[in-house]
Design a protein around this ligand. Sequence first.
Ligand SMILES: [Zn+2]
Length: 320
Amino acid sequence: MDLAPPALEVLPRDLSAYRAGNTGIPYVHRIGSGRPGPHVLINALTHGNEICGMVAATHLLDSGVRPKIGTLTVSFAHVEAYEAFRADEPFANRQLVHNLNRIWSDEWLDGPEHSPELRRARELRPVVAAADHILDIHSTSQAVQPFWVYPGFERNARAALAIGARGHVAVHLVMPQGLGSGTPLIQHGRHGQADGAAGVALVAECGQHFLRASADTATAVALDFLAHFGLIEPLPPPARPPAAPQRRFELLQTCMVRTPAFRFARPLRGFETFARGELIATDGEAGEIRAPCDGCTVLMPTRQPIVGREAVYLSRPLAG
Ligand SMILES: [Zn+2]
């Protein structure tokens, strides 16, 4: 685990020019083509310090992208958290109270609690519900290769594999049983249901939060997503063709931090593998986390354990 201050290659920029939008909902921009076709949502900043999505979203708006068919919506989800960024504590503004990516169930959205995230999720609810296809752009605290995260529905896998073949995001974390720690934006409403009526909803984890390469990946994958659904012209082949076949992992378990004594057994960055029974972490009185299978691959190990938040995702490679 790298606890040294990260290189801040990309910093937040002032988003006030994007506040008004044109939908009546702050920081939500909608561009219609006037022609039939899918409604695609490109969403950035679900987590306040995941700057790459902001770069992709502002690129789409600043470059004047116009869909050929259907409708494009571009949203900045959590600008309030984004604006709380401090260079000396660049991981602190992921969320203010709740994790905006765990509260997309009716229970939370219709429930009695209040927080900046619940207020914004309630505001964005019709935006998410109106979209046929959703790309939710994220990044990781550690510098690892980009990867998709999505519920294990055939429609998601098909789109992610097709877009992943372009090489910008070529690793897949498939969630057969959901996330296990709440309802992410991409599983809100019909997008969380297995039946074929819903559209595609994917998270792209584009690399480490503050790296230029992550911002470039986010922009590239947003354009790939729009091209896949025909909103923009097909893109030329990437400059660097994919070096390796795509890899897929299946989420087995989301481990939470239960006590302040939580410690990983060794420093983890993500994509390390463990043999069955091998110790991954200890968590005080809550016990140990051990690998449930051979080849157990850890993803998104927390940089700083916080009780009640995710500690690490355990997965295993999928064949093919
Ligand atoms: Zn995130």
